[in-house]
Design a protein. Structure first.
Length: 740
């Protein structure tokens, strides 16, 4: 076996004895290479059967990347189980469904679908469908499943008097709902469980919860211990309590458990992730081997200097100092903008000029990373003005778009006829069928009365005598349509079926008729994604496809197309870019104001900025705005502590590096120092000069040409240009002059 591409530390980890192993892998230290080579080592050197290997990754994209690498070697990777933890649990549950109250074709509800069910229940019990109340129940139910799954096996009404953890959750719910009756709160929790069972559906937390429950049955646990004797887990710092217990139960018999993680990159506490699980692993497997990967292959020395400085201030961590043989590189640049428009203008200018210096560069080399996605608007606006292609991640995902969820409702209903949520959604899309809320309410009552899913109720017109003849006709037509589609699904592969279904239902045409070209184009993008899935998974079933879609994450939606990435830091975990801008570095924004009241919260915020910094390969920019309009008001914000800490390492300059400085770093040697360099925004017009601009004036912009001022508010002018359309400009800094 060839292990020559590994450094000494990686080689030691890859060839570790068959025993519990903890690999502390710093950012950019080649952990994917280590995991892949460990699997090869098990198969080729230790004689392990591929079918005995379970490898857990954090995203579908990471799982597919590992599979691709392994397929290049003669190791029978097709027999290994390589997936995310949720996909693994879904597979176990589909195999062991007979032990539960679900069918093997259960649906997987995302957060919005989960909250839709909860909203109906909460509204019926408390007459309160507010998002605050629904969110409170959603978070509490998730919390119980992930941190106290055993409680849900008992009598909640009785436990509410004796269990402090449950009482705390109920107290929080009482504060939200203004209800002091625990019985009603518990009724919502129990009713939610019952409704999900009726729909033959599980949410993300259920996938973990029910596997944890199944592994409490000795014969089932032993079955999977024997099946997967060699367990490898990536991103172990992002596991929560129930995930940790699942892995511990699986691995404690043969102890061939190999975990890779970095407590400095634990950023998902809001999902229940616990970085302490790395420490806990060391205690639960006291004979474990520990290896440290500190050599970084991604970033320059100067970027790592900043990253190490930022994370070193966090206490109670495994001591690691990243180092690299990469060049020193450029200094990390800091920019203090006047406001959010100035900040976005600066970022756009840097991208334009760096692209000019390197014509062969790609927009995909740039990422703008932020703590909250609310900051994206000014960057989107600036990129639109400059015709810079971009995509936004960390907010509204592709598979959460209305038209895509409409398509998926048909697929879910065909796969799982018990899914009443999918039935109700599919009824009136892509065109209205004239089946109103009153009819749907009667159908729900009939479904409860007969103990049948709604699709089965409408299968026999004799069940529909309480409805009007018009409603009966529409519903029976809908039933015949679903029957035809179900037959097609059984006869065709996933791609062929979905293509035929889209044509039959005329999804594109329906959207085009409304004039919504963008949403119509999303149908094409959806079908293209199905084609890619089919190519990678030629034998996959409709249930397999729906499972993959339901468990997709932002990183899974990133493609090889050429665009600038605008994303929250959470959305780019595990990715890398040549140039990274960390924006919005202001106190109260990053770190968030809420985190400043919590020790653990502040530690996680610091880990977030560390993760953001270590995404950068060659250039790193830190920016902040002295004034920012957020959440309905403009505020003057002090610089983030992270921004100030980096200032102690470098003298910040309100400009990009000069030609001479760039030449010193070898960037402009071949350009003869004659190419224009990105200029920083000037200090702007004086207040007197800015006050001369009035509504109705004709102005000229150096890029957009001639236009008329429509509105001025807080120094921002809306200008309608003859050729460029309407633009919002900062009067003080925009290159505009009055014509008349």
């Amino acid at each position: 076996m060839n292990l020559q591409n590994l450094n000494d530390a990686q080689l030691k980890a890859v060839t570790a004895p068959l025993a519990p192993t903890l690999v502390l892998a710093g950012a950019g230290s080649g952990k994917t290479r280590v995991l892949t080579n460990r699997i090869l080592y098990l198969v080729q050197e230790c004689g392990v059967r591929p079918s005995e290997i379970l490898a857990i990754t954090f995203t579908n994209k990471a799982a597919n990347e590992m599979k691709r690498r392994l397929y290049d070697f003669d190791c029978n990777a097709q027999f290994m189980h390589i997936s995310t933890i949720h996909s693994f649990c879904a597979t176990v549950l589909r195999n062991e469904y007979a032990q539960l109250k679900f069918g093997s074709n259960f649906s997987i509800y995302d957060e919005s679908e989960k909250k839709s069910v909860l909203k109906q229940i909460v509204k019926s019990i408390f007459d309160d469908g507010s998002s605050q109340t629904v969110d409170g129940f959603s978070e509490s139910i998730s919390d119980l499943k992930n941190n106290a799954p055993d409680l849900l096996e008992g009598d909640l009404a009785q436990l509410a008097h004796t269990d402090d953890y449950l009482q705390d959750r109920l107290d929080r719910l009482s504060a939200i709902t203004a209800c002091t009756n625990n019985d009603e709160l518990i009724k919502v929790i129990n009713e939610y469980s019952a409704r999900m069972t009726e729909n033959n559906a599980m949410d993300f937390d259920d996938l973990l919860y029910y596997v944890h429950k199944l592994f409490g049955i000795p014969e089932i646990l032993d079955k999977y211990r024997e099946k997967f004797r060699y367990i490898l887990i990536d991103e172990f710092q992002d596991t929560n309590k129930v995930q940790y217990e699942i892995f511990k139960m699986l691995g404690e018999k043969y102890k061939n458990i190999f975990v890779v993680g970095d407590d400095d990159q634990s950023i998902y506490s809001w999902r229940g992730a616990d970085s302490y699980n790395l420490q806990k692993f060391k205690k639960d497997f006291p004979d474990c081997n520990i290896y440290m990967l500190e050599q970084n292959y991604r970033s320059t020395k100067r970027i790592l200097e900043v990253a190490n400085e930022l994370i070193a201030k966090n206490p109670d961590r495994f001591e690691k100092v990243l180092w690299t043989d990469n060049p020193d590189g450029l200094k990390v640049q800091l920019f203090s903008a006047y406001n959010e428009l100035d900040e976005a203008y600066f970022v756009a200018e840097q991208i334009k000029n760096l692209r000019y210096l390197n014509p062969n560069g790609r927009y995909k080399d740039f990422a703008i990373l932020m703590r909250v996605n609310a900051l994206s608007r000014s960057f989107e606006q600036q990129f639109q003005q400059n015709r810079i292609p971009y995509k936004v991640f960390g907010g509204f995902k592709f598979f959460e778009r209305k038209e895509i969820k409409d398509i998926l409702s048909y697929l879910r209903l065909i796969n799982n006829p018990f899914d009443n949520e999918a039935f109700v959604r599919a009824l009136n899309v892509p065109r209205k069928r004239g089946i109103g809320d009153t009819t749907i309410a009667k159908l729900k009552n009939l479904s409860a009365e007969y103990g049948l899913p709604m699709i089965d109720v409408i299968s026999d017109e004799r069940n529909l005598e309480v409805l009007t003849s018009s409603a009966r006709t529409k519903l029976t037509d809908f039933y015949r349509l679903t029957e035809e589609l179900t037959e097609l699904a059984h006869k065709n592969n996933v791609l062929s079926f979905i293509h035929t279904m889209l044509e039959t239902l005329q999804f594109r045409k329906a959207l085009e008729e409304t004039g919504d070209e963008d949403r119509a184009l999303n149908i094409d993008e959806f079908e293209e994604s199905v084609a890619e899935y089919q190519q990678l998974n030629p034998t996959a079933t409709l249930a397999d496809y729906l499972q993959t879609v339901s468990l997709s994450q932002d990183a899974d939606e990133m493609t090889d197309s050429d665009y600038v990435t605008i994303a929250t830091i959470h959305a780019v975990k595990g990715l890398e870019f040549k140039t990274v801008f960390i924006v919005g570095l202001e106190e109260g924004l990053f770190p968030t104001s809420r985190s400043t009241y919590e020790t653990d919260g502040l530690r996680e915020e610091r880990r977030l900025v560390y993760v953001a910094a270590t995404r950068a390969e060659e250039r790193l920019y830190l920016t902040r705005a002295q004034s920012r309009f957020m959440w309905g008001q403009r505020k003057n914000n002090p610089a983030s502590r992270y921004f100030n800490e980096v200032q102690k390492l470098y003298q910040p300059k309100r400009r990009v590096l000069s030609e001479r400085e760039l030449s010193d770093d070898g960037i402009l040697d071949k350009l003869n120092s004659k190419e224009p360099i990105a200029k920083m925004p000037s200090t702007g017009k004086s207040d007197k000069e800015a006050s001369q601009f009035k509504v109705g004036q004709i102005v000229r912009h150096t890029s957009f040409g001639q236009g008329i001022i429509l509105r001025i508010e807080n120094g921002i002018a809306d200008v309608l240009f003859d050729n460029a359309g309407k633009k919002s400009l900062n009067i003080k800094f925009a290159p505009i002059t009055v014509i008349k």
